[in-house]
Design a binder for this molecule. Structure first.
Ligand code: DSN
Length: 445
Protein backbone atom coordinates (compact mmCIF):
# COMPACT_ATOMS: atom_id res chain seq x y z
CA UNK A 1 0.00 0.00 0.00
CA UNK A 2 1.22 3.47 -0.82
CA UNK A 3 2.54 5.35 2.17
CA UNK A 4 0.32 8.31 2.94
CA UNK A 5 0.12 10.80 5.71
CA UNK A 6 -2.78 12.40 7.52
CA UNK A 7 -1.84 15.74 6.06
CA UNK A 8 -3.02 14.55 2.67
CA UNK A 9 -5.63 11.95 3.64
CA UNK A 10 -7.53 13.83 6.35
CA UNK A 11 -6.79 17.52 6.52
CA UNK A 12 -9.43 18.17 9.19
CA UNK A 13 -8.00 15.80 11.78
CA UNK A 14 -4.44 16.66 10.76
CA UNK A 15 -5.04 20.38 11.35
CA UNK A 16 -6.53 19.81 14.80
CA UNK A 17 -3.59 17.60 15.80
CA UNK A 18 -1.14 20.25 14.62
CA UNK A 19 -2.98 22.94 16.60
CA UNK A 20 -2.99 20.73 19.69
CA UNK A 21 0.77 20.19 19.20
CA UNK A 22 1.28 23.94 19.09
CA UNK A 23 -0.85 24.33 22.24
CA UNK A 24 1.24 21.72 24.03
CA UNK A 25 4.50 23.39 22.97
CA UNK A 26 3.53 27.00 23.62
CA UNK A 27 1.72 26.51 26.91
CA UNK A 28 2.61 25.62 30.47
CA UNK A 29 0.90 22.37 31.42
CA UNK A 30 0.04 22.23 35.09
CA UNK A 31 -2.73 19.61 35.19
CA UNK A 32 -1.25 17.14 37.72
CA UNK A 33 -2.66 14.07 35.96
CA UNK A 34 -1.09 14.91 32.58
CA UNK A 35 2.37 14.35 31.19
CA UNK A 36 4.36 14.17 27.95
CA UNK A 37 5.32 10.67 26.81
CA UNK A 38 8.64 9.83 25.17
CA UNK A 39 8.98 9.36 21.39
CA UNK A 40 9.36 5.61 22.05
CA UNK A 41 6.04 5.40 23.90
CA UNK A 42 4.41 7.36 21.07
CA UNK A 43 5.91 4.98 18.52
CA UNK A 44 4.52 1.94 20.32
CA UNK A 45 1.11 3.59 20.64
CA UNK A 46 0.99 4.50 16.97
CA UNK A 47 2.02 1.03 15.85
CA UNK A 48 0.25 -1.74 13.94
CA UNK A 49 -0.44 -3.51 17.23
CA UNK A 50 -3.77 -1.71 17.14
CA UNK A 51 -4.82 -4.11 14.35
CA UNK A 52 -4.93 -7.21 16.52
CA UNK A 53 -7.63 -8.92 18.59
CA UNK A 54 -6.35 -10.84 21.63
CA UNK A 55 -9.24 -11.61 24.00
CA UNK A 56 -7.92 -13.76 26.81
CA UNK A 57 -4.51 -13.75 28.45
CA UNK A 58 -0.96 -14.79 27.57
CA UNK A 59 -1.05 -18.38 26.25
CA UNK A 60 -4.87 -18.54 26.49
CA UNK A 61 -6.37 -16.48 23.69
CA UNK A 62 -9.66 -16.67 21.88
CA UNK A 63 -8.02 -15.63 18.57
CA UNK A 64 -5.13 -16.98 16.54
CA UNK A 65 -1.99 -15.11 15.60
CA UNK A 66 -1.12 -13.87 19.08
CA UNK A 67 2.47 -15.17 19.28
CA UNK A 68 4.01 -11.67 19.29
CA UNK A 69 1.24 -10.06 21.31
CA UNK A 70 1.85 -12.72 23.98
CA UNK A 71 5.53 -11.75 24.11
CA UNK A 72 4.66 -8.06 24.48
CA UNK A 73 2.03 -8.59 27.17
CA UNK A 74 4.28 -10.99 29.12
CA UNK A 75 7.18 -8.53 28.96
CA UNK A 76 4.92 -5.75 30.22
CA UNK A 77 3.70 -7.93 33.11
CA UNK A 78 7.25 -9.00 34.01
CA UNK A 79 8.51 -5.43 34.05
CA UNK A 80 5.65 -4.28 36.29
CA UNK A 81 6.10 -7.24 38.67
CA UNK A 82 9.80 -6.57 39.02
CA UNK A 83 9.56 -2.80 39.37
CA UNK A 84 6.73 -2.70 41.89
CA UNK A 85 7.62 -5.95 43.69
CA UNK A 86 4.20 -7.57 43.27
CA UNK A 87 3.06 -11.11 42.60
CA UNK A 88 0.52 -10.74 39.82
CA UNK A 89 -0.24 -7.98 37.31
CA UNK A 90 -3.08 -7.46 34.87
CA UNK A 91 -2.10 -4.89 32.25
CA UNK A 92 -5.33 -4.97 30.25
CA UNK A 93 -7.64 -2.39 31.92
CA UNK A 94 -8.55 0.26 29.36
CA UNK A 95 -8.01 3.00 31.93
CA UNK A 96 -8.30 3.82 35.63
CA UNK A 97 -12.08 3.65 35.98
CA UNK A 98 -12.43 0.20 34.34
CA UNK A 99 -9.53 -1.02 36.50
CA UNK A 100 -11.39 0.12 39.59
CA UNK A 101 -14.71 -1.31 38.40
CA UNK A 102 -12.95 -4.64 37.93
CA UNK A 103 -11.98 -4.57 41.61
CA UNK A 104 -15.65 -4.32 42.60
CA UNK A 105 -16.52 -6.98 40.06
CA UNK A 106 -13.90 -9.35 41.44
CA UNK A 107 -14.32 -8.88 45.17
CA UNK A 108 -17.83 -7.75 46.07
CA UNK A 109 -21.52 -8.53 45.65
CA UNK A 110 -23.99 -5.77 44.81
CA UNK A 111 -25.02 -3.92 47.96
CA UNK A 112 -21.80 -4.64 49.86
CA UNK A 113 -20.48 -1.73 51.98
CA UNK A 114 -17.37 0.14 50.85
CA UNK A 115 -15.46 3.24 51.94
CA UNK A 116 -13.32 5.67 49.96
CA UNK A 117 -12.28 9.30 50.19
CA UNK A 118 -15.11 11.74 49.52
CA UNK A 119 -14.83 13.26 46.04
CA UNK A 120 -14.99 16.86 47.27
CA UNK A 121 -12.14 16.08 49.65
CA UNK A 122 -9.90 14.77 46.88
CA UNK A 123 -11.20 11.25 46.22
CA UNK A 124 -12.06 9.67 42.87
CA UNK A 125 -15.50 9.12 41.33
CA UNK A 126 -14.98 5.33 41.33
CA UNK A 127 -14.20 5.26 45.06
CA UNK A 128 -17.93 5.49 45.81
CA UNK A 129 -18.98 9.04 44.88
CA UNK A 130 -22.75 9.38 44.76
CA UNK A 131 -23.17 9.85 40.98
CA UNK A 132 -20.91 6.90 40.11
CA UNK A 133 -22.31 3.38 39.61
CA UNK A 134 -19.95 2.41 42.42
CA UNK A 135 -22.34 4.17 44.83
CA UNK A 136 -25.45 2.92 43.04
CA UNK A 137 -24.51 -0.75 43.21
CA UNK A 138 -22.65 -0.68 46.54
CA UNK A 139 -23.29 1.04 49.87
CA UNK A 140 -20.77 3.84 50.03
CA UNK A 141 -19.58 5.37 53.31
CA UNK A 142 -17.10 8.07 52.33
CA UNK A 143 -14.45 9.35 54.70
CA UNK A 144 -13.27 12.96 54.67
CA UNK A 145 -10.25 15.13 55.40
CA UNK A 146 -9.96 17.27 58.53
CA UNK A 147 -9.58 21.07 58.63
CA UNK A 148 -5.85 20.64 58.14
CA UNK A 149 -6.51 18.90 54.80
CA UNK A 150 -5.31 15.50 56.01
CA UNK A 151 -7.30 12.24 56.12
CA UNK A 152 -9.59 11.96 59.13
CA UNK A 153 -8.52 8.52 60.35
CA UNK A 154 -10.75 8.78 63.44
CA UNK A 155 -13.76 9.09 61.14
CA UNK A 156 -12.57 6.13 59.02
CA UNK A 157 -12.16 4.04 62.18
CA UNK A 158 -15.76 4.82 63.17
CA UNK A 159 -17.01 3.96 59.67
CA UNK A 160 -15.06 0.70 59.86
CA UNK A 161 -16.51 -0.26 63.22
CA UNK A 162 -20.09 0.75 62.45
CA UNK A 163 -20.58 -0.24 58.79
CA UNK A 164 -17.86 -2.88 58.32
CA UNK A 165 -16.92 -1.98 54.73
CA UNK A 166 -15.69 -5.03 52.83
CA UNK A 167 -13.34 -2.87 50.83
CA UNK A 168 -11.50 0.35 51.68
CA UNK A 169 -9.91 2.58 49.04
CA UNK A 170 -6.84 4.63 49.75
CA UNK A 171 -5.36 7.00 47.19
CA UNK A 172 -6.80 10.13 45.67
CA UNK A 173 -6.88 12.56 42.78
CA UNK A 174 -6.50 15.82 44.65
CA UNK A 175 -4.67 15.05 47.89
CA UNK A 176 -1.49 16.94 48.61
CA UNK A 177 0.01 14.83 51.37
CA UNK A 178 1.71 11.46 51.61
CA UNK A 179 -0.85 8.62 51.56
CA UNK A 180 -0.40 6.98 54.95
CA UNK A 181 -0.79 3.38 53.78
CA UNK A 182 0.15 1.92 57.18
CA UNK A 183 -2.71 3.72 58.94
CA UNK A 184 -5.19 2.60 56.30
CA UNK A 185 -3.91 -0.98 56.59
CA UNK A 186 -4.33 -1.00 60.36
CA UNK A 187 -7.99 -0.03 60.01
CA UNK A 188 -8.74 -2.36 57.08
CA UNK A 189 -7.01 -5.29 58.78
CA UNK A 190 -8.93 -4.70 62.02
CA UNK A 191 -12.19 -5.58 60.23
CA UNK A 192 -10.81 -7.99 57.63
CA UNK A 193 -11.53 -5.61 54.74
CA UNK A 194 -9.65 -5.55 51.47
CA UNK A 195 -7.37 -2.51 51.26
CA UNK A 196 -7.09 -1.28 47.69
CA UNK A 197 -4.49 1.38 46.95
CA UNK A 198 -5.31 3.46 43.89
CA UNK A 199 -1.92 5.01 43.18
CA UNK A 200 -2.83 6.43 39.76
CA UNK A 201 -1.49 9.87 40.63
CA UNK A 202 1.63 8.79 42.44
CA UNK A 203 2.81 5.55 40.79
CA UNK A 204 5.75 7.37 39.17
CA UNK A 205 6.67 8.85 42.54
CA UNK A 206 6.52 5.40 44.13
CA UNK A 207 8.83 3.96 41.46
CA UNK A 208 11.08 6.99 41.78
CA UNK A 209 11.41 6.34 45.51
CA UNK A 210 9.87 9.66 46.59
CA UNK A 211 6.61 8.24 47.93
CA UNK A 212 6.12 5.21 50.19
CA UNK A 213 5.14 2.08 48.31
CA UNK A 214 1.75 0.53 49.20
CA UNK A 215 2.99 -3.02 48.48
CA UNK A 216 3.51 -3.96 52.15
CA UNK A 217 0.11 -2.61 53.18
CA UNK A 218 -2.49 -3.08 50.45
CA UNK A 219 -3.93 -6.31 49.05
CA UNK A 220 -4.42 -4.92 45.57
CA UNK A 221 -3.05 -1.85 43.81
CA UNK A 222 -4.56 -0.07 40.83
CA UNK A 223 -2.85 2.59 38.79
CA UNK A 224 -3.30 4.45 35.57
CA UNK A 225 -0.17 4.53 33.46
CA UNK A 226 -0.32 8.02 31.96
CA UNK A 227 0.23 10.30 34.93
CA UNK A 228 3.52 10.46 36.86
CA UNK A 229 4.39 7.06 35.36
CA UNK A 230 4.60 8.83 31.97
CA UNK A 231 3.18 6.08 29.79
CA UNK A 232 0.17 5.83 27.50
CA UNK A 233 -3.45 6.12 28.66
CA UNK A 234 -4.12 2.77 30.29
CA UNK A 235 -4.05 1.06 33.67
CA UNK A 236 -2.79 -1.92 35.63
CA UNK A 237 -4.06 -3.97 38.55
CA UNK A 238 -1.39 -5.45 40.80
CA UNK A 239 -1.71 -8.06 43.52
CA UNK A 240 0.68 -7.89 46.44
CA UNK A 241 2.12 -10.74 48.55
CA UNK A 242 -0.24 -9.55 51.32
CA UNK A 243 -3.15 -9.91 48.88
CA UNK A 244 -2.17 -13.48 47.98
CA UNK A 245 -1.89 -14.32 51.66
CA UNK A 246 -5.42 -13.07 52.27
CA UNK A 247 -6.86 -14.77 49.20
CA UNK A 248 -4.70 -17.06 47.03
CA UNK A 249 -7.34 -16.92 44.29
CA UNK A 250 -7.04 -13.16 43.81
CA UNK A 251 -5.11 -13.42 40.50
CA UNK A 252 -7.82 -15.52 38.84
CA UNK A 253 -10.60 -13.40 40.36
CA UNK A 254 -9.05 -10.16 39.09
CA UNK A 255 -8.24 -11.53 35.63
CA UNK A 256 -11.76 -12.93 35.22
CA UNK A 257 -13.28 -9.66 36.40
CA UNK A 258 -11.44 -7.82 33.60
CA UNK A 259 -12.07 -10.45 30.91
CA UNK A 260 -14.70 -11.72 30.31
CA UNK A 261 -16.29 -9.81 33.22
CA UNK A 262 -15.91 -6.28 31.99
CA UNK A 263 -13.85 -5.85 28.86
CA UNK A 264 -13.23 -7.39 25.46
CA UNK A 265 -9.96 -7.37 23.55
CA UNK A 266 -7.01 -5.66 25.17
CA UNK A 267 -5.51 -2.59 23.49
CA UNK A 268 -2.23 -4.16 22.45
CA UNK A 269 -0.64 -0.92 21.27
CA UNK A 270 -1.28 0.46 24.76
CA UNK A 271 0.20 -2.64 26.39
CA UNK A 272 3.36 -2.12 24.33
CA UNK A 273 3.42 1.55 25.31
CA UNK A 274 3.07 0.63 29.00
CA UNK A 275 5.96 -1.85 28.65
CA UNK A 276 8.11 0.89 27.10
CA UNK A 277 7.19 3.36 29.85
CA UNK A 278 8.01 0.76 32.53
CA UNK A 279 11.35 0.19 30.81
CA UNK A 280 12.04 3.92 31.00
CA UNK A 281 10.96 4.05 34.64
CA UNK A 282 13.45 1.30 35.50
CA UNK A 283 16.42 3.46 34.47
CA UNK A 284 18.27 5.85 36.82
CA UNK A 285 17.14 9.13 35.13
CA UNK A 286 13.55 8.34 36.13
CA UNK A 287 14.48 8.53 39.82
CA UNK A 288 15.94 11.99 39.23
CA UNK A 289 12.81 12.97 37.34
CA UNK A 290 10.52 11.85 40.16
CA UNK A 291 12.61 13.68 42.76
CA UNK A 292 12.54 16.85 40.67
CA UNK A 293 8.73 16.67 40.34
CA UNK A 294 8.45 16.86 44.13
CA UNK A 295 11.17 19.52 44.47
CA UNK A 296 9.42 21.67 41.90
CA UNK A 297 6.05 21.23 43.59
CA UNK A 298 7.48 22.27 46.96
CA UNK A 299 9.09 25.39 45.48
CA UNK A 300 5.90 26.31 43.63
CA UNK A 301 3.80 25.80 46.77
CA UNK A 302 6.20 27.90 48.81
CA UNK A 303 6.07 30.71 46.25
CA UNK A 304 2.26 30.78 46.41
CA UNK A 305 2.30 30.84 50.20
CA UNK A 306 4.86 33.65 50.26
CA UNK A 307 2.55 35.64 48.00
CA UNK A 308 -0.45 35.22 50.33
CA UNK A 309 -2.30 32.39 48.55
CA UNK A 310 -3.89 29.78 50.82
CA UNK A 311 -3.03 26.16 50.04
CA UNK A 312 -5.15 23.22 51.19
CA UNK A 313 -3.10 21.42 53.90
CA UNK A 314 -0.64 24.33 53.82
CA UNK A 315 1.65 22.83 51.18
CA UNK A 316 2.50 19.57 49.47
CA UNK A 317 4.42 16.31 49.88
CA UNK A 318 3.92 15.18 46.31
CA UNK A 319 3.40 16.46 42.77
CA UNK A 320 0.37 18.67 43.31
CA UNK A 321 -1.11 21.50 45.28
CA UNK A 322 -4.59 22.91 45.71
CA UNK A 323 -5.03 26.66 45.75
CA UNK A 324 -7.95 27.66 47.97
CA UNK A 325 -9.41 30.73 46.30
CA UNK A 326 -12.55 31.02 48.41
CA UNK A 327 -11.45 34.23 50.10
CA UNK A 328 -10.56 35.75 46.71
CA UNK A 329 -14.19 35.22 45.55
CA UNK A 330 -14.51 31.48 44.73
CA UNK A 331 -12.27 31.99 41.74
CA UNK A 332 -11.74 28.36 40.60
CA UNK A 333 -13.66 28.54 37.30
CA UNK A 334 -12.63 32.10 36.51
CA UNK A 335 -8.95 31.39 37.15
CA UNK A 336 -8.96 28.22 35.03
CA UNK A 337 -10.33 30.23 32.11
CA UNK A 338 -8.10 33.28 32.58
CA UNK A 339 -5.03 31.03 32.82
CA UNK A 340 -6.07 29.28 29.62
CA UNK A 341 -6.11 32.64 27.84
CA UNK A 342 -2.58 33.20 29.18
CA UNK A 343 -1.56 29.72 27.90
CA UNK A 344 -1.19 28.27 31.39
CA UNK A 345 -3.33 25.15 31.83
CA UNK A 346 -4.64 23.88 35.16
CA UNK A 347 -7.98 22.60 36.35
CA UNK A 348 -10.63 24.04 38.62
CA UNK A 349 -11.16 21.79 41.62
CA UNK A 350 -13.25 21.57 44.73
CA UNK A 351 -11.53 22.24 48.01
CA UNK A 352 -12.49 20.27 51.15
CA UNK A 353 -15.82 21.59 52.47
CA UNK A 354 -16.29 23.70 49.33
CA UNK A 355 -19.23 26.07 49.69
CA UNK A 356 -19.46 26.67 45.94
CA UNK A 357 -20.13 23.59 43.71
CA UNK A 358 -18.16 20.96 41.75
CA UNK A 359 -18.86 22.86 38.51
CA UNK A 360 -17.98 26.26 39.98
CA UNK A 361 -15.52 25.21 42.66
CA UNK A 362 -13.35 27.44 44.83
CA UNK A 363 -10.00 25.91 44.05
CA UNK A 364 -7.44 25.28 41.36
CA UNK A 365 -5.36 22.09 41.21
CA UNK A 366 -1.80 22.53 40.02
CA UNK A 367 0.88 19.92 39.44
CA UNK A 368 4.45 19.63 38.22
CA UNK A 369 4.84 16.26 36.37
CA UNK A 370 4.51 17.66 32.84
CA UNK A 371 6.64 20.79 33.28
CA UNK A 372 9.32 18.69 35.00
CA UNK A 373 9.41 16.41 31.95
CA UNK A 374 10.20 19.54 29.89
CA UNK A 375 13.22 20.17 32.11
CA UNK A 376 11.83 23.05 34.16
CA UNK A 377 13.41 23.46 37.59
CA UNK A 378 13.24 25.70 40.67
CA UNK A 379 13.86 29.10 38.94
CA UNK A 380 11.07 28.41 36.46
CA UNK A 381 8.67 27.58 39.34
CA UNK A 382 9.19 31.11 40.69
CA UNK A 383 8.32 32.62 37.33
CA UNK A 384 5.22 30.44 36.96
CA UNK A 385 4.00 31.43 40.45
CA UNK A 386 4.55 35.09 39.59
CA UNK A 387 2.33 34.82 36.51
CA UNK A 388 -0.42 32.90 38.28
CA UNK A 389 -0.55 35.27 41.25
CA UNK A 390 -0.65 38.24 38.86
CA UNK A 391 -3.61 36.62 37.09
CA UNK A 392 -5.39 36.00 40.40
CA UNK A 393 -4.95 39.68 41.33
CA UNK A 394 -6.15 40.68 37.90
CA UNK A 395 -9.42 38.73 38.09
CA UNK A 396 -10.29 39.36 41.74
CA UNK A 397 -12.77 41.92 40.45
CA UNK A 398 -14.90 39.00 39.18
CA UNK A 399 -16.04 36.97 42.23
CA UNK A 400 -18.48 34.12 41.62
CA UNK A 401 -22.10 35.31 42.10
CA UNK A 402 -23.71 33.98 45.29
CA UNK A 403 -26.93 33.50 43.34
CA UNK A 404 -26.53 30.13 41.59
CA UNK A 405 -28.96 31.05 38.80
CA UNK A 406 -26.68 33.91 37.74
CA UNK A 407 -23.49 31.87 37.41
CA UNK A 408 -23.81 30.58 33.83
CA UNK A 409 -24.50 34.04 32.44
CA UNK A 410 -21.74 35.54 34.57
CA UNK A 411 -19.20 33.02 33.24
CA UNK A 412 -20.25 33.57 29.61
CA UNK A 413 -19.75 37.28 30.08
CA UNK A 414 -16.46 36.81 31.93
CA UNK A 415 -15.10 34.58 29.13
CA UNK A 416 -15.92 37.16 26.46
CA UNK A 417 -14.04 39.81 28.43
CA UNK A 418 -11.03 37.59 29.11
CA UNK A 419 -10.69 36.56 25.45
CA UNK A 420 -9.78 40.18 24.67
CA UNK A 421 -7.94 40.96 27.87
CA UNK A 422 -4.61 42.63 26.98
CA UNK A 423 -3.01 41.78 30.33
CA UNK A 424 -3.64 38.05 29.82
CA UNK A 425 -2.71 38.13 26.15
CA UNK A 426 0.62 39.74 27.07
CA UNK A 427 1.32 36.97 29.57
CA UNK A 428 0.52 34.46 26.81
CA UNK A 429 3.26 36.09 24.69
CA UNK A 430 5.75 35.89 27.56
CA UNK A 431 4.79 32.25 28.17
CA UNK A 432 5.38 31.45 24.52
CA UNK A 433 8.91 32.89 24.66
CA UNK A 434 9.57 31.08 27.95
CA UNK A 435 8.43 27.65 26.76
CA UNK A 436 10.58 27.68 23.60
CA UNK A 437 13.57 26.84 25.81
CA UNK A 438 11.94 23.65 27.11
CA UNK A 439 11.30 21.13 24.34
CA UNK A 440 8.39 18.73 24.58
CA UNK A 441 9.56 15.11 24.09
CA UNK A 442 8.06 13.53 21.03
CA UNK A 443 6.97 16.79 19.43
CA UNK A 444 8.91 18.58 16.74
CA UNK A 445 7.54 21.88 15.51
N1 DSN B 1 -9.14 12.55 35.77
C1 DSN B 1 -8.11 12.16 36.69
C2 DSN B 1 -7.43 13.32 37.31
O1 DSN B 1 -7.35 14.33 36.64
O2 DSN B 1 -6.99 13.24 38.43
C3 DSN B 1 -8.64 11.22 37.69
O3 DSN B 1 -9.28 10.19 37.03
Amino acid sequence: MKKSSLKTTDKTIYTSIELEKKRQIEGIELIPSENYVSPSVLEAMGSILTNKYSEGFVGHRYYGGNMYIDKIEQECIDRAKKLFGVVHVNVQPYSGSPANFAIYNALLKPGDPISGMNLLDGGHLTHGWKVSVTAKFFKSYPYHVKHDGRVDFEELKKIAQEFKPKLIWCGATAYTREIEFAKFAEIADSIGAYLIADISHISGLVLGGVHTSPVKYAHVITTTTHKTLRGPRGAMIMITPKGIEKDPELPQKIDKAIFPGLQGGPHNHTTAGIAVALGEASKPPFKKYAAQIVKNAKVLANEFTKRGITLVSGGTDNHLMLLDLSKEGNLGSQLEYAMDVAHITANKNTIPGDTASPFYPSGIRIGTPAITTRGMKEPQMKQIATWIVAIIDHIKAYPLPEDKTKRAEFMADFKKKMDKDVFLLNIAKEVKQFTVKFPVPGISK
